[in-house]
Design a protein around this ligand. Sequence first.
Ligand code: DGL
Length: 268
Amino acid sequence: MADAPVLFFDSGIGGLTVLREARVLMPGRRFVYVADDAAFPYGNWEEAELRSHIVGVFEQLLERHQPAISVIACNTASTLAIAALREHFPGRSFVGTVPAIKPAAERTRSGLVSVLATPGTVKRQYTRDLIREWAAKCHVRLVGSVNLATLAETYMRDGFVDEEAVRAEIAPCFMEQDGRRTDIVVLACTHYPFLANRMRKTAPWPVDWIDPAEAIARRALSLLPRQDGTEPFSGAGDIAIFTSGNPNPATCRLMHGFGLKVENRARP
Ligand code: DGL
């Protein structure tokens, strides 16, 4: 069990924003990173199909990798399927990633908060319940972006992003009302922190961008059995799996940059 890996799961490369925090907090752990790229982007899927698709992928992942814990490093998947995963696999431990609405409501001074997410996360009941429970006193605007996750993938792969496209995607986050302005934008898709610099640059005024990656990694660490007395791993055993079985060379280079060896087969 001490050697059991921590599994990270996302539709693409977004979960790497959480993995990089986990690496800092858990230097002795072995990591398996799973990109369900055959199904990317999750944002546009019908809910029932996506839920059963994710549960089906996990049947194989859990069987094959026997992780100590699985981190669903994807808001679109977590807000839809975390309860189903816990129900289907009761002996397994899962950490979800859900929009950081509570910290945003605690931190805002203007009371105007935006949640930037995929169209899937924006329409989830889970997200609406979080707002009702934690942010009833704020004006929360849900902004569903069709293109940002893909722009983040392209940026990380090719090193280039169209800034005007980023500007257009984030523009609806910025509200002005009775002399007050939006002061917090919740990054509720794990792909988006990769574009944080471009977002800062193209934003009409400065805001706090909330990236929950470190908090998720801390939560995962808190649920793991202690590793006292074991030798730290070198990271040499860390792997990335792509459900397409066919990531392009630029994506493979990116994975290598994150210390992950890409497995060349479709089986998750
Ligand atoms: N990274 C995913 C999230 O956190 C979603 C990207 C997508 O598949 O649309 O929501």
